[in-house]
Each structure stands twice: as structure tokens, then as C-alpha cells.
Design a protein around this ligand. Structure first.
Ligand code: NI
Ligand code: MN
Length: 224
């Protein structure tokens, strides 16, 4: 399995023929190194409607014919733009050839072009025998503790930028609650408002928990 950080909250997870794309905001992203036309996903997961998450998803879906998976209202909004979707709701598990994706709670808002696009969610992704949690945009929430109790999560992508989501200090608490093997911080340093000291967070996580903190630069990939 290969995981690539695209910048902000964007990732690809490739396992054999499966190529998942999550929250692909590339055009207009000051740090992104990847051009949308170079991506050929088999499924696109979008956590909520905000432009820094829906991003280039519709254009990429049109070009690749991959479906967009998101919350029901967001999924109903996308076909107006000429793409196919899977719509679900928090708690819903959608099965695929590679495994499954479950929509999990996030505490955030969600809209696009002044339209309401449902609840913001995170994703629990079962792929390649691993369980991966992409938290989307969210505050620290006790739901994370529940996820840690119910599931053995291998890897989590957690927002740490503050202002629109939880910050580094709360991400440290989230890591303690979820009890995961590896964490990748996301949604920070994209612009000044989201400035965070990721090296300090890595040091705190690795000295206070058994979790490894992986810091990725936009465009960086690693085998998992
Ligand atoms: Ni947002
Ligand atoms: Mn965001």
C-alpha cells in the first residue's frame, strides 16, 4: 500500500488496482505539488463541501469517471456537476471490492457555493488489511475516544491547524484517545492562520504515547 500526502487534507491511498483519493484540493492550494490531471483515482472521498476539501474532486471525477463518496446532501449536490456519487450518512458503512468505508462523526460545518451540503464527516477506511481514519475537518470530539474503543486503528490523519479545526494540543489528546499506531498531522501551515509547530507535536506524541508521528511534505509518499 502506498500513501501520498497531497497537501492540506488531501491524500491518495493506493493498494493494487484500488486508488482512493481523499479531499483533493490542489488548484489554488499554495503548497500543493500535484496537478489534478495527473491523478487517476478509482474512488474519491470528500469529507465535506468546503472548497479546501471538495476542491478539484468534481473535475477529477469527470476525467477519471471515479465516483465521489460523501454524505447524502453533498452526494446529491455533485451530480448537478455531471459526476456519479455514493451518498451515505454518519454511521453508514459502504462495502467495496477493496474493503469498506464508514462515515464517522466530525464536528464542523459544510457548504459549497452557498448551498448546504449536509453534515461534515470523517472516514474510517478498511483497505489492505489496515484500518485508516481520515478525520476530515473537526474539533476534538469524544467520538474519537469511541472510535478508539471500538476499533484497532492503524493510521490516522488528524487536522492540527486550529481556527477551523482542533489544534496540535488537542490532536495530542486525540492520539491518546484513539490509541493508534501511526498519526499523520494535516490541515496546517497551508497559510499563516493555520501555523503550527509540527516538530514539537511529533516530539510530544512520541514521548507521551506509543504512537509514531509521521510528518509529510506535500507530494511525499510512503509505503505502508
Ligand atoms: Ni472545512
Ligand atoms: Mn478545511
Amino acid at each position: 500500500m502506498q500513501i501520498t500526502f497531497l497537501g492540506h487534507s488531501g491524500f491518495t491511498i493506493q493498494d493494487g488496482k484500488t486508488n482512493l483519493l481523499i479531499d483533493p484540493w490542489l488548484s489554488g492550494n499554495p503548497l500543493a505539488q500535484t496537478k489534478p490531471e495527473t491523478l487517476s483515482p478509482t474512488l474519491i472521498l470528500v469529507s465535506h463541501g468546503h472548497a479546501d476539501h471538495l476542491g478539484d474532486a468534481i473535475e477529477i471525477a469527470r476525467n477519471s469517471r471515479a465516483k465521489i463518496l460523501g454524505v447524502f446532501e453533498l452526494a446529491n449536490f455533485c451530480p448537478q456537476k455531471g459526476v456519479e456519487t455514493h451518498g451515505a450518512k454518519p454511521g453508514g458503512k459502504i462495502k467495496f471490492d477493496f474493503g469498506w468505508v464508514k462515515l464517522v462523526p466530525a464536528i464542523h460545518s459544510s457548504s459549497f457555493e452557498n448551498q448546504y451540503t449536509g453534515a461534515a464527516v470523517g472516514f474510517l477506511i478498511n483497505i489492505g488489511g489496515k484500518l485508516i481514519y481520515h478525520a476530515g475537518d473537526t474539533s476534538l470530539t469524544r467520538e474519537m475516544k469511541t472510535l478508539g474503543e471500538l476499533y484497532e486503528i492503524d493510521l490516522a490523519m488528524l487536522p492540527i491547524g486550529g481556527h477551523f479545526t482542533m489544534d496540535s494540543e488537542e490532536a495530542l489528546t486525540a492520539v491518546k484517545w484513539i490509541k493508534l499506531k501511526t498519526v499523520i498531522p494535516m490541515h496546517y501551515n497551508t497559510f499563516d492562520l493555520l501555523a503550527q509547530d509540527d516538530l514539537k507535536l511529533k516530539q510530544e506524541i512520541e514521548s507521551q504515547t506509543a504512537t509514531k508521528c509521521r510528518l509529510l511534505s506535500p507530494g511525499e509518499a510512503f509505503g505502508y
